[in-house]
Design a protein around this ligand. Structure first.
Ligand code: ZN
Length: 84
């Protein structure tokens, strides 16, 4: 009879561990949220692109709009058609 109790205890323990593993996987799974990759956010031709910064004399990431571009590093504004 003691062997039967040990086997039953082991079965209950294994089932409890399996249930705990399933519950923790469900509990700690992050909710799906819409995300954009960095490449999608920074793709050329939209709002941001690499351009020449006349203040730093280097290529930097700029924010482009209809009036010109603004350097993300030093905030220097270069009007559109300035030729730099
Ligand atoms: Zn700059």
């Amino acid at each position: 009879m003691a062997e039967w109790n040990i086997a039953l205890g082991a079965l209950v323990l294994i089932l409890a561990l399996a249930a705990g593993a399933l519950l923790s996987r469900w509990y700690f799974t992050p909710a799906a949220e819409p995300t954009a990759t960095l490449a999608e956010l920074m793709r050329p031709g939209t709002a941001n692109d690499i351009g020449w910064c006349p203040a730093e004399q280097a290529e930097r990431l700029h924010s482009y709009d209809a009036a010109g571009r603004c350097c993300w590093t030093c905030r220097t504004f270069t009007p559109k058609g300035a030729g730099l």
